[in-house]
Design a protein around this ligand. Structure first.
Ligand SMILES: Cc1cc2nc3c(=O)[nH]c(=O)nc-3n(C[C@H](O)[C@H](O)[C@H](O)COP(=O)(O)OP(=O)(O)OC[C@H]3O[C@@H](n4cnc5c(N)ncnc54)[C@H](O)[C@@H]3O)c2cc1C
Length: 481
């Protein structure tokens, strides 16, 4: 059958064309038939098993809620295992503020994950930064593969139904502002999942968008595909950076089972050769790396600014090809110019590019930049945080913390949906703080706990007594001040 015959046949089968202006390409539609779907029932649905979602699901299940975690990929961890260099940050920025005390300001489930990783040889520990400590005072780097296993094990132990390789494809409401269920798809087919409370941790805000929440797509960040690089000599590489006066970040911690090893180093390319600098700039190459193992480093970042939001499929496909081309060129560049990298190769990539934000969900409160810089706290704080990714330019006031209020996790106009992760906070500079991994985990613990309490009490998210939520969070070792 040639293309024209195929098109005619398609129209006969139910593909319809709408009237469009002369000369324009007619959009075509296919009317999908209604289907009877198998129905499943839970107390809490967590959509997205990434940075925030893992913690949200653990929190909900530990409150006794029958919890399902719907994750598109075959593992959990999200951008924490695909995009970044280190988990920023469990501590206040004490090193940048002489006289300020060192405080671990994020504990709870995020710290439990670190403990589990440490016991499995998959974390540097909270290694103190010896250079650039006006940016972050510690470096907590992870073995990305062990993180996937550790979090999946923890979820199973907590009794969460972990539906990996399952895509959340829709949502439906019963009454005006109440969400009844979601539609998921996997190789087992399409299913309807009913629940009392829902948490969107998809990063992209897929559930909130399907549920009819208001959102914007600022498209104000580059996308990136990070690489794990194997067969490298960390010590030689660091010596080279030092000799070029280019070592800007440095920390020592646990690596390959031994303490006091180099685990983080950053190299400004300013003192490299002009050719290296020109090629690195073209590739969007950022030379800040961490490692938990000898002969390996993680996360050479390659940034690419897309012309439209990364929710656009066709532009995303173009970006995936471009980023993989850049990865190949970046390794070649390292092999040619950086001692210790002569035999480097790409040991791991992410299944798809990572984004710092895509959809931004409108919530009852929007954390502002002054909230962060002035270290403000709220009557309904559910989490406190002390890191800003634009430090030392922008820092949390006085080396302290600011609070994320419960209201910031409640999408406007929907009564039983919460959000957690990179989809909150509209101001770009404020988002440079709230979007970081440890912050997303903190929102996750708060949102998962609240979702479970609401389900147990048959309450909407705005009817939950804050004192009950706070008590539950404190009991689960969340730090407040
Ligand atoms: C390149 C890059 C580098 C970064 N570097 C750092 C760093 O060094 N340190 C730091 O602290 N932060 C860093 N960040 C920021 C931080 O990693 C992210 O903001 C954070 O991890 C986002 O967490 P999240 O839970 O919102 O989303 P994610 O971790 O992305 O989780 C979302 C999950 O939802 C799943 N999902 C999405 N849609 C669906 C669907 N429809 N159905 C089912 N599942 C779905 C995804 O597969 C994913 O697992 C970086 C970000 C990027 C992009």
């Amino acid at each position: 059958m040639n293309r024209r015959d195929f098109s005619r046949r398609s129209i006969a089968l139910g593909v319809s064309a709408l009237a469009v202006p002369a000369g324009a390409q007619a959009p075509e539609y296919y009317q999908e038939a209604a289907k009877r779907l198998p129905a499943r029932h839970f107390d809490v649905v967590i959509a997205g098993g990434g940075t925030a979602g893992v913690v949200a699901a653990l929190a909900a299940a530990r409150q006794g809620a029958k919890t399902v975690l719907v994750e598109n990929k075959g593992y959990t961890g999200g951008v924490a295992v695909e995009g970044g260099t280190a988990l920023h940050s469990f501590f206040n920025l004490w090193k940048a503020f002489p006289g300020v005390q060192k405080r671990q300001v994020v504990k709870g489930i995020p710290q439990e994950i670190v403990d589990r990783l440490m016991s499995m040889g998959g974390c540097t520990g909270h290694a103190e930064m010896l250079k650039h400590y006006d940016y972050d005072s510690v470096c907590t780097a992870i073995d990305t593969e062990i993180y996937k296993l550790a979090t999946m094990q923890m979820l199973h132990e907590a009794g969460v139904a972990v539906w990996v390789n399952t895509f959340l494809a829709g949502a439906f409401r019963s009454s005006g502002s109440r969400l009844s269920g979601v539609i998921v798809e996997s190789r087992s087919g399409r299913e309807a999942v009913f629940a009392k409370s829902f948490v969107d941790c998809t990063g992209f805000g897929d559930l909130a968008a399907h549920a009819g929440a208001k959102f914007t797509e600022p498209n104000d960040y580059a996308v990136a595909n990070s690489i794990g690089v194997g067969n490298v000599d960390i010590e030689r590489m660091c010596d080279f950076l030092k000799s070029k006066n280019s070592l800007t970040q440095f920390a020592r911690g646990r690596r390959s089972g031994k303490d006091d090893q180099i685990v983080r180093f950053g190299g400004e390319s300013v003192s490299f050769s002009a050719e290296f600098n020109a090629e690195a700039r073209q590739l969007g190459l950022s030379m800040i790396t961490t490692t938990t193992h000898d002969n390996y480093f993680m996360f050479i970042k390659l940034n690419l600014k897309m012309p439209v939001s990364p929710t656009n499929r066709d532009e995303s496909a173009r970006a995936e090809l471009e980023l993989r081309t850049r990865q190949y060129k970046a390794i070649d560049l390292l092999k040619r110019y950086v001692p210790g990298c002569e035999k480097a190769f790409i040991a791991r990539t992410s299944p798809s590019f990572s984004i710092r934000r895509a959809r931004l969900i409108a919530c009852d409160y929007d954390v502002t930049l002054p909230d962060i810089l002035e270290a403000r706290h709220f009557d309904d704080d559910v989490f406190v945080y002390g890191f800003h990714d634009s430090a030392p330019r922008l820092k949390v006031g006085g080396g302290g913390t600011y609070g994320i209020p419960y209201r910031a996790l409640l999408p406007a106009g929907i009564e039983n949906l919460l959000v957690a992760g990179m989809m909150i906070t509209s101001n770009h500079d404020a988002h440079m703080s709230t979007r970081n991994t440890v912050s997303c985990m903190g929102h996750g613990q708060a949102a998962g706990t609240a979702a479970a309490l609401c389900a147990a009490r048959k309450r909407g998210t705005r009817e939950l007594a804050y004192a009950d939520l706070r008590r539950a969070l404190v009991k689960d070792n969340v730090y407040f001040e």
